[in-house]
Design a binder for this molecule. Structure first.
Ligand code: ZN
Ligand code: ZN
Ligand code: ZN
Length: 121
């Protein structure tokens, strides 16, 4: 299981360096070269650990299943939610925003007061 796609069902064999990766992002992060595009990709099912080839140029619904154990490996990728990290930082962001608002309100008030006194004169 890699950090990019939490529900990855297959490993992908990169055609360029013949190494196994959980996802394309893993290749991008660990390799300095570009992932070679190939119409015939080699996958390895994470469930039954068997490798199989698929022609991705001619990919239909039946190709979404492992030929050995029928594991449905083409799924909507579940990716780690960055929202969770943002949530942890929220209290700090909020207090900073509150402070900024108070700082903004004060000059506003003085301008308002000045306006009123101008009108009074
Ligand atoms: Zn590669
Ligand atoms: Zn990955
Ligand atoms: Zn399988």
């Amino acid at each position: 299981m890699c950090k990019h796609i939490l529900n990855a069902q297959v490993s992908i064999r990169a055609p360029c360096c013949k190494q196994w990766f959980d996802c394309v992002e893993c290749h991008v992060e660990t390799q300095s070269h570009r992932l070679a595009k190939s119409t015939e990709m080699t996958f390895a099912c994470k469930k039954c650990k068997k490798a199989f080839r698929k022609d991705v140029a001619d990919f239909d619904e039946s190709d979404e299943y492992c030929p050995y154990c029928d594991n449905h490996f083409v799924l909507d990728a579940i990716t780690p939610k960055p929202a969770l990290r943002v949530e942890g930082e929220d209290p700090r962001v909020d207090s900073r925003m509150l402070k900024d608002e108070r700082m903004k309100i004060d000059p506003d008030r003085s301008i308002y007061n000045r306006d009123r006194s101008d009108r009074l004169e």
